[in-house]
Design a protein around this ligand. Sequence first.
Ligand code: FSO
Ligand code: SF4
Length: 518
Amino acid sequence: MFCFQCEQTALGKGCTKHQGVCGKKDHTAHLQDELTGAMIGLARVMEKEEAPNDEVSRLVMKGLFTTVTNVNFNDPTIKKQVEDLHNLQKAIGGEICDFDMQELWSANEDIRSLKSLILFGLRGMAAYAYHADVLGYHNEDVNAFFLTALRAIGGEEDMDMLLALVMDTGNVNLQCMAMLDKANTETYGTPEPTEVSMTIEKGPFIIITGHDLHDLYLLLEQTKDKGINIYTHGEMLPTHAYPKLKAYAHLKGNFGTAWQNQQKEFDGVPAPILYTTNCLMPVKDSYSDRVFTTEVVSYPEMVHIGPDKDFTPVIEKALELGGYPEDHKMTGINGGSVLTTGFARGTVLSVADKVVEAVKSGSISHFFLVGGCDGAKPGRNYYTEFVKQTPDDSIVLTLACGKYRFNDLDLGTIAGLPRIMDVGQCNDAYSAIQIALALADAFDCTVNELPLTLVLSWYEQKAVCVLLTLLSLGIKNIYLGPTLPAFVSPNVLNVLVERFGLTPISTPEEDLKKILEK
Ligand code: FSO
Ligand code: SF4
């Protein structure tokens, strides 16, 4: 197998043995390559200018999402998707036109690097498009771009064209995140600041993890009046802030911390866990009877909730296990017991005047966006230390699962605003961008001229598409860690450093000094 799409790739180079660091087996990796090759094949058999219909778009979205890290470990489900793509190729073009992914993995390293940036960005973006799609929101440009970009991965060799396509990927992902923001807020309301408890109340409960708001809504509906409480986990935390979701009294709080601690945190818990997206880690025997998956997530032998969305097996499991006999107190990694979320664009922009005034009067000296995805490798406590060391008169905006490193810290308030503000999930980078643009507008300057620094952590492909979006907006001097992607070749890195000032993180002390000296 060959896979180097995520931050934890073996030796920082690539997973090449019979199993990846994430637990993906070589046969699954091969099938995921076949799936990608079959999607490129589908793009090839279609006319270049032809707009994809719903069937084509859904298969492509699903196929790309399936290959995101920690989503699908289940061979038969991937084989079925390859089969569907082949049938569609034959129906459209009369023959199968698959691309052999080995050609990509063995290509010239700069071509491979640019195409990997595009492909991995597409995978992340497809997950966002998929979540919007289940809420009935689509964007023709996004759907058409999937095919244009896949076609280029299968054939384009011109470096300049590929570099332009890397930027286009970021640009189109901005549209995609805007669509998901619209889908989420129009369906469930504008997020509002909300305190979330980390105590699990006694009695039956269900843990729901991942990013899909629609799945949470359906679960809340099916469990109301059943004496079962619902707790979010990982990237589900920001859902507490949506008025139409927080209206359910049995949506009680948040269980545990970020995804990489799940094997420890789910052990011995008297409740089922429902996975709606990544990040699913190989399931341990100690809790395998309690794991349920839905949508694109799949793991051998785990019960999968299909398109009928009947959560009865999860509900029955919760009742059978019965939960804790007494209230069970949990804390964040710094010992805090309450989390706050809901500082998306709606809330922050509603107090924009206050923020602008606080900057003008000098009570706020700097904004940091410390966000992105978390991971298991050491070195990630950089982000905890960084936030702890930010000056007292600075604001820390955060998003995605990396926030669990510090979201239980109480850093106090400035001008009535908490110093740490959780904007939401990784896709809510869209919201953070809107906040930055509005501030730039208020100060009549560009985002790069604001007293704002982005300090990002990356793990998988959603972080790749978000990073490409920030670059495509011309945002400069982003700090990125904990390590640089293995798929960025030295020449491509040079371009990113020269053009965008992309900076690898060093130590919190050094980086803060550099940032605040400017
Ligand atoms: Fe994290 Fe996982 Fe949102 Fe990612 S839970 S690592 S970027 O899937 O999606 O932040
Ligand atoms: Fe390795 Fe990451 Fe690929 Fe898993 S997703 S096989 S850990 S590079």
